[in-house]
Design a protein around this ligand. Structure first.
Ligand SMILES: Nc1ncnc2c1ncn2[C@@H]1O[C@H](COP(=O)(O)OP(=O)(O)O)[C@@H](O)[C@H]1O
Ligand SMILES: O=P(O)(O)OC[C@H](O)CO
Length: 499
C-alpha cells in the first residue's frame, strides 16, 4: 500500500527530495547544493542543467536510502525558489541561457525605464507588486531581448519560459517527450504578469513588457493532479502540488487562518501573513501575493515582507571573507563577544527589498572602530537578519492592523539559538519553532496529499503541527530601542550607492 508523500524542494542554494508520513514526519531525505554563478557585480545565475541533474539525483538517493519504490508514494509535490527565470527550447529541452536568479539586479535599467512612466507602483493594484528587479517579468524581457535567437524561437512557437517549478515539472513529466508546461498560481503571482483578481496572464502587462503569450505556461491551482512522473524511481507517481517555497512554508506551518504568519530564514528571509480570500493592498512597502489555491477552492492571499539577504550574508562571511568554515560556526564566533560593539551590517547586496524597495542601495558595514573584531562582525551579520525582520513586522502590523502575538519560524537559520533569542528580544514577541522545520517541503507534500485524499482536510494538517522550542523576549526596552534606532540609522547609509 502507498503510505507516504514526497516533495522536491528546489531552493536557491540546494535541491532536496523529502518523503513524509501521515503525521508529517520525515522518513527519507537527500540534498545537493548547486554552484552560485556571479558573472558581474549584482548578477546571479544558476545552471538549469545542474538543477535538473540534482533533482534526479536527490530523488534517487532519498528513495534508495529508505528502501522505497514508486509504489510507496501516493503523490509528490514541487516547491521552489520563486521568481528565478529561464527559457528553453521546447523541441530539445536545451536551456538558451543560465537561469536569472531572483537576486539578480541586471534589469535595474528596465525598472528605471518603466517606473519613469507612471512610478514604481503603477502595477501594484493589478499585480500586488512594485516594479523591482526581483520579479520574473522583467527578467524574461531581458532574456528575450538579449539572448540570440530567443525572440525568433518564440515567434516560431518553440520557446518556453518557466520559473523553477515549471522546469522541474516539465523534466519530471518527460521533458521534450511530452513534458507538461504549467505553473501554479503562487509562482505566477511572482512574475508581475498575472492579475491578482483574474489569476490569469494579463494582456496589458504582456503588451507593456513585449512578452509573447506563447512562451507562458498554463496557470493551475496549487493542489491538483497535474500529471505523472515519466521515468526513474518515481515512475507513474502523480504530481499533485506546486507552491512557491515561501507559500509552501506558510502551508507547512498550517497558517490557514487570516492573521497567522510565519518567517522563513534561508538565503533571504520571507515573512508571510495569511489575509484570507481578499488580497490586501499594502501601503507600507509589503507585497500582496497568492498564498495558495487548494483545488477548486477560492485562492487565499498573503501579505509578504521579502528580505533578499539573511543566510546569504553568513555564506558571504564564509566564502568571500573566510571568517568561518561553515555556517554553523557563526554562532560560536558571535557568542565570543558580549554585544555587537556598535557594528551594523546592512546587507543590501541586491538593493533593499521590503519595506524599502531601494534598487540603488548597496551593502555597508557601519560603526567600525579599532575595537571591532571578527566576533562583532559575526554578531552584526546575525543581528542584521533580526532587524530586517523587525522592519517588515512593523510594516505588516501597519498594513494588516493586526499586532503580532508570536512568530512561527523555520528555514536553515533557525538552528541558531543566538539569532532566535535576539529575534525575540528585538521584536518583543515569542518566537516559536515547530517540530518539523522543513516546512517548505512539508507544505508541498501537504498540497499533493490533499489533492489525492491522503489527508482529508487542512484540519488533519493542523493536528500535525507541534512546538519544538519557544524563545521569550528578555531584553530591556531601553536596549531594544537603542539597538533598533542605530540599525535604522545604518540602513539610511546604504541608500543611493549606485548612481
Ligand atoms: N547555524 C547557522 N547559523 C546561521 N545561518 C545558518 C546556519 N546554518 C545554515 N545557515 C544559513 O541558512 C541558509 C540555508 O538555509 P535554507 O533554508 O536551506 O536556504 P535556501 O532554501 O534559501 O537554500 C544558508 O544561507 C546558511 O548560511
Ligand atoms: O530558496 P529560498 O528559500 O532562498 O527562497 C527564495 C525565495 O523564494 C525568493 O523569493
Amino acid at each position: 500500500m502507498s503510505s507516504f508523500v514526497g516533495a522536491v524542494d528546489q531552493g536557491t542554494t540546494s535541491t532536496r527530495f523529502m518523503v513524509f508520513d501521515q503525521a508529517g514526519n520525515i522518513v527519507a531525505s537527500a540534498q545537493q547544493e548547486h554552484p552560485q554563478i556571479f558573472p558581474q557585480p549584482g548578477w546571479v545565475e544558476h545552471s538549469p542543467i545542474d538543477i535538473a541533474r540534482n533533482t534526479d539525483a536527490v530523488i534517487a538517493e532519498a528513495m534508495r536510502s529508505a528502501n522505497l519504490t514508486a509504489k510507496d508514494l501516493v503523490a509528490i509535490g514541487i516547491t521552489n525558489q520563486r521568481e528565478t527565470t529561464m527559457i528553453w527550447d521546447r523541441r530539445t529541452g536545451e536551456p538558451l541561457h543560465n537561469a536569472l536568479v531572483w537576486q539578480d539586479t541586471r534589469v535595474d535599467p528596465l525598472v528605471a525605464y518603466f517606473s519613469g512612466q507612471g512610478g514604481k507602483d503603477r502595477f501594484r493594484a493589478l499585480t500586488g507588486l512594485p516594479l523591482a528587479s526581483y520579479f520574473s517579468g522583467l527578467k524574461l524581457k531581458w532574456l528575450l531581448d538579449n539572448v540570440p535567437n530567443a525572440r525568433a524561437l518564440a515567434d516560431a512557437g518553440d520557446l518556453l519560459f518557466g520559473t523553477m517549478d515549471t522546469w522541474v515539472l516539465w523534466n519530471l513529466t518527460g521533458g521534450a517527450n511530452g513534458g507538461l508546461h504549467l505553473t501554479d498560481v503562487t509562482n505566477a503571482s511572482r512574475t508581475q504578469l498575472m492579475g491578482l483578481s483574474s489569476l490569469q496572464w494579463e494582456d496589458q502587462l504582456l503588451r507593456t513588457f513585449s512578452i509573447p503569450r506563447s512562451v507562458l505556461p498554463k496557470i493551475a491551482s496549487s493542489s491538483e493532479v497535474y500529471g505523472h512522473v515519466a521515468d526513474g524511481p518515481l515512475k507513474g507517481v502523480p504530481i499533485a502540488g506546486i507552491l512557491g517555497d515561501q507559500q509552501a512554508a506558510l502551508v507547512g506551518q498550517t497558517c490557514f487562518e487570516p492573521g497567522e504568519a510565519k518567517n522563513t530564514y534561508g538565503t533571504g528571509c520571507f515573512l508571510l501573513m495569511n489575509t484570507g480570500h481578499k488580497p490586501v493592498s499594502s501601503a507600507a512597502g509589503l507585497v500582496t501575493t497568492v498564498a495558495y489555491q487548494l483545488g477548486r477552492n477560492p485562492a487565499c492571499f498573503a501579505l509578504e515582507g521579502s528580505i533578499a539577504i539573511s543566510g546569504a550574508l553568513v555564506q558571504w562571511l564564509r566564502d568571500n571573507l573566510g571568517l568561518i568554515r561553515n555556517s554553523g560556526e557563526i554562532e560560536a564566533l558571535a557568542a565570543s563577544v558580549q554585544d555587537n560593539g556598535d557594528v551594523y551590517i546592512v546587507p543590501a547586496f541586491s538593493g533593499l527589498y521590503a519595506p524599502h524597495w531601494k534598487d540603488h542601495a548597496r551593502g555597508v558595514i557601519t560603526g567600525l572602530t579599532r575595537y571591532a573584531n571578527r566576533g562583532h562582525i559575526a554578531r552584526a551579520a546575525l543581528e542584521a537578519t533580526a532587524y530586517q525582520t523587525r522592519d517588515v513586522v512593523a510594516a505588516m502590523e501597519q498594513d494588516s492592523r493586526i499586532q503580532l502575538q508570536e512568530l512561527r519560524v523555520d528555514g536553515g537559520m533557525v538552528v541558531n539559538d543566538l539569532l532566535m533569542q535576539f529575534q525575540s528580544d528585538i521584536l518583543d514577541v515569542s518566537v516559536v519553532r515547530p517540530k518539523v522545520t522543513e516546512t517548505t517541503a512539508l507544505g508541498a507534500a501537504y498540497a499533493a496529499g490533499l489533492a489525492t485524499g491522503y489527508w482529508k482536510s487542512t484540519d488533519d494538517l493542523r493536528r500535525n503541527w507541534g512546538v519544538s522550542h519557544t524563545w521569550q523576549p528578555r531584553m530591556s526596552k531601553e536596549d531594544r530601542g537603542h539597538l533598533y534606532s542605530s540599525w535604522q540609522k545604518a540602513v539610511t547609509r546604504s541608500f543611493n550607492w549606485v548612481e
